[in-house]
Write a protein that binds this ligand. Structure first.
Ligand SMILES: Cc1cc2nc3c(=O)[nH]c(=O)nc-3n(C[C@H](O)[C@H](O)[C@H](O)COP(=O)(O)OP(=O)(O)OC[C@H]3O[C@@H](n4cnc5c(N)ncnc54)[C@H](O)[C@@H]3O)c2cc1C
Length: 463
């Protein structure tokens, strides 16, 4: 390969970092070098796809999970060609319609990286570094990525694909005598739980469902309590094909209250006409970044405070078979509660139920944190702190993540758009809100890859 024209350092090798590398590989006509760095060293899998269990399924159909915006069948074609995937699939359902195991998706992402590593004809050279980026040193026209080992890697552009914030911390005291699983993405941790131990799960979203499924498959017999403020569960997908609803001509400006009313009335109209509310949610989803951008700070705060739990259960749906398993478990050992925990001490959890004056006491041996990632971007990572302190990065007004331009370029303290620091995926939540799932992130990858290569592909003949 000729001397690289561009050296890109990608910090984080989950879906965002991996899909960006794969998009660059697909689009680049010039010699470039990519250094993909991950502190956990699990390249491709990231947090979501590192589960070893086949019963942890994608919550999006295979047909929507390609890593490439412009090649939507890529994942389905890969599954069809992979002779080992068969045992993880259902025979009677077309592959594109299936909710396949997340571990299969992790294999797909590792395959994408391997394709770059083994492509000797291509113009992209990929290096994998298993290390934490502990600091970032801005030089005049290059940037040093300082690794935990002390080594520094010099690059032209840096993409921060850092993933979700750390799990939110319990807003109540837990005594040392209680066993706690603080990280819901430590998928094998529930294996430590004895079959008869009563378990309290904080959170009733998709991570709770992962934990309950793990307990169910390890034949847990004890009580399982799952609690959140509203006690709402993700709603199920449906088997039937959803009608495509176009909301293109609709006016999405206006207050949050007006928008919510609008979505409710559209949903009701669909249902009354024999359709499904899911079609409306699916139709709204691509407009979310524009709606978020136009909404006032007050409305964004209102959304986070009042609407988020409702948006989440309609937007993040589960396979209907999983929903059926939960219903079955609810009849015998799973209890969903709405309220808040006051404290967990001496084997007892004190709970104030929503809309009730009474304090409920539960015997519990384990508490699992399934509250999801902290909402605010933590600046505990030194590399993030450095970028903020030196003005290379700023946070969005609600401090949910980095302030970015539409390309993913960070907005500097000076107000300039950075020409060397970028981000994508969950750290850009504050700018677009919906950027945590594959369909949205792969779009960001396409835009960012195009931007990074812009003007460079044309240079190729002169290099
Ligand atoms: C449990 C779960 C299930 C999901 N299921 C689906 C689904 O079915 N369909 C869907 O579309 N979406 C799903 N999502 C959402 C989405 O796909 C993921 O959030 C997405 O994979 C995010 O990828 P990421 O690379 O941005 O983050 P991550 O996967 O978290 O990867 C970030 C990586 O950055 C590394 N890192 C962080 N800081 C540093 C540093 N300083 N130095 C070096 N490395 C660093 C971390 O080690 C990590 O590996 C799911 C999410 C979760 C959590």
């Amino acid at each position: 390969m000729r001397e690289p024209v561009l050296r890109i350092g990608i910090v984080g090798a989950g879906f965002s970092g991996t899909a960006l590398a794969a998009n660059l590989h697909r689009m680049s006509g010039i010699p470039i070098e990519i250094v993909l760095i991950d502190k956990r060293g699990r390249f491709g899998e990231g947090e979501a796809y590192s589960t070893p269990y086949p019963f942890h399924l994608l919550n999006v159909r295979a047909q929507d999970m390609s890593a490439f915006e412009t090649a939507p069948d890529h994942f389905v074609n890969w599954i069809s060609a992979d002779c080992n995937a068969g045992q993880l699939l259902e025979d009677a359902i077309p592959i594109g319609d299936q909710f396949v195991p997340r571990l299969l998706y992790g294999n797909y992402l590792k395959y994408l990286l391997n394709s770059i590593l083994t492509d000797s004809s291509g113009s992209v050279r990929l290096y994998l570094e298993s290390a934490e980026v502990t600091d970032i040193l801005g030089h005049e026209d290059q940037t040093g990525l300082v690794l935990g080992s002390g080594k520094t890697i010099m690059v032209d552009k840096v993409v921060l694909a850092l993933g979700n914030n750390q799990p939110a911390i319990f807003p109540f005291p837990v005594s040392d005598s209680i066993n706690c699983i603080h990280n819901p993405w430590d998928f094998t941790a529930p294996e430590e739980i004895a079959a008869n131990d009563p378990v309290l799960i904080i959170g009733t979203g998709l991570s709770m469902i992962d934990a309950v499924l793990t307990l169910y498959h390890q034949k847990h017999k004890g009580k399982i309590f799952a609690l959140s403020r509203h006690g709402l569960l993700p709603l199920p997908h449906v088997d039937t094909k959803l009608k495509l609803v176009s909301l293109g001509g609709k006016d999405f400006t206006g207050t949050l209250r007006r928008l919510a009313r609008h979505v409710r009335s559209e949903s009701l109209q669909q249902v009354n006409a024999g359709g499904d509310w899911r079609s409306v949610i699916n139709a709204v989803r691509p407009h979310v970044p524009a709606i978020w951008e136009k909404s006032s700070l007050t409305d964004r705060k209102r959304f986070l405070r009042h609407l988020l739990p409702y948006w989440n259960i309609h937007r993040h749906r589960v396979h209907n078979k999983i929903a059926a398993t939960l219903t079955q478990l609810t009849a015998r050992q799973l209890q969903i509660l709405a309220g808040r925990v006051l404290e967990v001490d001496g084997g007892r959890a004190k709970i104030k139920l929503r809309h009730a004056d009474k304090i409920m006491q539960l015997n519990v041996k384990w508490v699992i944190n399934c509250m999801g990632p902290a909402l605010k971007m933590s600046d505990t990572q030194q590399c993030v702190k450095t970028l903020l302190q030196q003005g290379y990065a700023t946070l969005d007004p609600l401090k949910l993540g980095f302030a970015t331009a539409p390309t993913g370029a960070l907005l500097e303290a000076s107000g300039n758009i950075s020409s060397r620091f970028y981000s994508l995926g969950p750290p850009t939540k504050g700018m677009v809100w919906e950027c945590g799932a594959v369909p949205e992130i792969r779009r960001q990858c396409e835009v960012l890859a195009r931007h990074l290569l812009q003007g460079k592909n044309a240079l190729t003949d002169n290099v």
